[in-house]
Design a protein around this ligand. Structure first.
Ligand SMILES: Cc1ncc(COP(=O)(O)O)c(C=O)c1O
Length: 389
């Protein structure tokens, strides 16, 4: 007799990550050195040199468990962001913090709101815990905060917002976010998932910490995986009210954040220069990519992140496969219900050029009739994208 897993898991489709370089090399017989991974929004400059130096010194001590209290890192974060240490929790990547929040607050049957076509882990965490989720559609590729507010019901516990939004790269702005926060009832937790925070310009987008300081029930998620270049070590952090952090601490496993991750993160937080260089690389890369993609007549949204969302007018999966064979890994967005779109991480200049070349070759070889997809008529940046709208 087969043993049944929990019924709610029938509803859960596992997360599909960007394809690793090693796997592509193995499957296609390519040299790993020749493969460009532009599929997971990692930092192509690598980790902060300060972080590398710190973990090199610490590597001989991995026989010891990590500091379970994350003392040094919390101290640093507290000073840097002006949030008290009891308002901070560290996770094995920020995705772990999403799960902890769900475990702490979602009973089966509770209700969650998240935008459709947003970071898929919100749906996965909600469904695995037996919560019901309402996902209002995007509007012009942006999270529709009015629709999100309308979807909140008396049994709603959590609202998840990815700002900027993965995978569309768009953002919601300060004024509309302020209006939204005024509308949210006090007994709902709003998660501001700011994984790409370091890539946004100062003051350009709402900062979830401001809402926390106004006394709102928010959880602000940040990660060391993107601008800080530590994705492989798995470390992220959250700011919230001490009572919410205390509830999350109850579902945290001991030693959830490994020793090297803590040490690297503490060093990387001091490396402002590395973040500046990473941001500059992304700004310059985006200019190049916009120009080339627009030359090809493709629609892109205005990106507030280190990746670009491209509507290609062709089957995104086919483009993904074709590019894979040329050693460029991008992300097809069918799973996000964008069958003709791809997401590409801004890479080093040479990687961006290789991506553009590979895409150009594909588009040249494929006619509109053959694929049966309409090339989107609009070109240029997405509709309605200006600060304060
Ligand atoms: C919006 C968003 N939140 C969270 C994450 C997860 O980051 P981490 O590596 O910290 O788990 C990602 C990663 O792609 C993301 O895009």
């Amino acid at each position: 007799m087969s043993i049944s897993a929990r019924k709610v898991l029938d509803e859960v489709k596992p997360y599909i990550p960007g394809k690793p370089i090693e796997e592509v090399a193995r499957e296609l017989g390519l040299d790993p050195e020749s493969i460009d991974k532009l599929a997971s929004n990692e930092n192509p400059l690598g980790p902060s040199p300060l972080a590398l130096e710190a973990i090199q010194n610490a590597i001989k001590e991995v026989n010891f468990y990590p500091d379970d209290s994350n003392y040094t890192l919390k101290q640093k974060l507290s000073r840097k962001f002006g949030v008290s240490e009891d308002g901070i929790i560290i996770g094995n990547g920020s995705v772990e913090l999403l799960l902890m929040l769900g475990l702490a607050y979602l009973d089966p049957g509770d209700h969650v709101v998240a935008s459709d076509q947003s970071f898929i882990m919100y749906r996965i965490v909600s469904k695995m815990l037996g919560a019901r989720i309402t996902e209002p559609p995007l509007k012009d590729y942006r999270i529709d905060l009015e629709a999100i507010a309308k979807a909140i019901r008396p049994e709603t516990k959590i609202v998840f917002l990815s700002n900027p939004n993965n995978p569309t790269a768009t953002a919601v702005f300060r004024e509309e976010a302020d209006r939204f926060m005024e509308m949210v009832p006090d007994d709902v937790i709003v998660v501001w998932d700011e994984a790409y925070y370091e890539y946004t310009k100062d003051g350009e987008l709402p900062d979830g910490i401001d809402y926390l300081k106004q006394g709102k029930n928010v959880v602000v998620l940040r990660t060391m995986s993107k601008a800080y270049g530590l994705a492989g070590l798995r470390i992220g952090y959250a700011f919230s009210k001490p009572e919410i952090i205390r509830s999350m601490m109850k579902v945290r496993l001991p030693f959830n954040v490994n020793r090297l991750a803590q040490i690297a993160a503490a060093a990387a937080l001091d490396d402002e220069e590395h973040v500046r260089r990473s941001r500059k690389l992304v700004e310059e890369g985006k200019k190049y990519l916009y120009e080339k993609l627009e030359e090809m007549g493709l629609f892109v949204t205005e990106s507030y992140t280190n990746f670009i969302f491209v509507e290609t007018g062709h089957n995104g999966r086919e483009i993904y496969e074709a590019l894979l064979h040329k050693g460029v890994i991008v992300r097809p967005l069918g799973v996000y219900n964008f069958p003709t779109a791809i997401r590409v991480t801004v890479g080093l200049p040479e990687q961006n050029r290789r991506f553009i070349e590979a895409l150009r070759e594909f588009l040249f070889a494929h006619s509109k009739q053959k694929d049966g997809y309409e090339i989107p008529q609009h070109t240029g940046h997405a509709v309605g994208q200006s600060a304060g709208t």
